[in-house]
Design a protein around this ligand. Sequence first.
Ligand code: MN
Length: 402
Amino acid sequence: MPQDRIYFFDTTLRDGEQSPGCSMTHHEKLALAHSLADLGVDILEAGFAIASDGDFAAISAIAQEVHGPKIASLARARQEDIERAAKAVERAARPRIHVFLASSDIHLEYKLKITRDEALEQAAKMVALARTYADDVEFSPEDSTRTDPEFLCQFVGAAISAGATTINLPDTVGYATPEDYAGMFRMILEKVPGAERVILSTHCHDDLGLAVANTLAAIHAGARQVECTINGIGERAGNAALEEIAVALKVRADVFPYEHGLNLEKLYPVSQQLAGTISFGAAPNKAVVGANAFAHEAGIHQHGVLSNPLTYEIMTPVSVGVPANRMVLGKHSGRTALRSRLHELGYRLSAADLDIAYRAFTELADRKKAIYDQDLINLVAHHQRHEDLISTETTASSRSAS
Ligand code: MN
């Protein structure tokens, strides 16, 4: 594994989907999975196979028809979970089983009611079992950041000896500071035999608003996989936002000289697609994908940006897929304007599908003063869900790449 590459592990469909207001239908998960593949994520955690029949069905459909990323299912360190996860990802070209077991005393004592020794034995046994189904097994000591450091080293060592190929160190409760989090990765690399042979991974939550900062600190300390979600959705305050990590690596390539496989111009379209799928979008002042992320209102700022955007912008809107053309669409707009805006949002429609979309657009424009990107995405998504008439560029290109 090259040490100068960062692997993006997207968990929008698992950690994201399990949070309030974020549930998705089977069809919506598939559509997003195609878009995430098109964005270029390396690993796509498609769900938690044993959690429900719906999750199982979505993971297996994604494993079968979404090509490019490795497809992962989460599993507790239990035989039935691992067997279910293995079954769900079996049709993927490159399946991954992601096994987790808590390692902090508070979780062991109150949640699992097992001793440290029992946890060690269970972790090793279940990682070994997972390896009988997949060459690619990730292990996560849940609540790593509140685990006794010495025990964490033993636990990680046991998982590596049992065959784990990626070790993820989750800040499950969003407790760590960047210094703590980086220190934990350095400790693992220094003290655990074999740690240099596996990929170390971050998984940060934003309870203190530090998820992205912690992720970046861990990269400096040797982490090479980052677990994250679109728009930072996820349990409680959310996960580290994929788009923020991605642009930090690009804008600050001077301090993060790493390659990755993302196509940054897809960031905004995927963010908008997710917003149109779940019950909320990114906050207006959200970095990268918020409505105000590239808006300038103060006179001094406007003057500066008009003279040279670099005066107040560290990246261009176009570089992250925010449409440069801010023409307002309304009932006087024609088919060409509609097609062009849909194109900017990542949709390429056939002439027949454009006709259908245009009719729906004019009906909507009669009722609304202005049509926003979100309205257009909902409109296309509505047709995809109910009539399956319109295919996205994403879907088409993922299929043709297969
Ligand atoms: Mn999580």
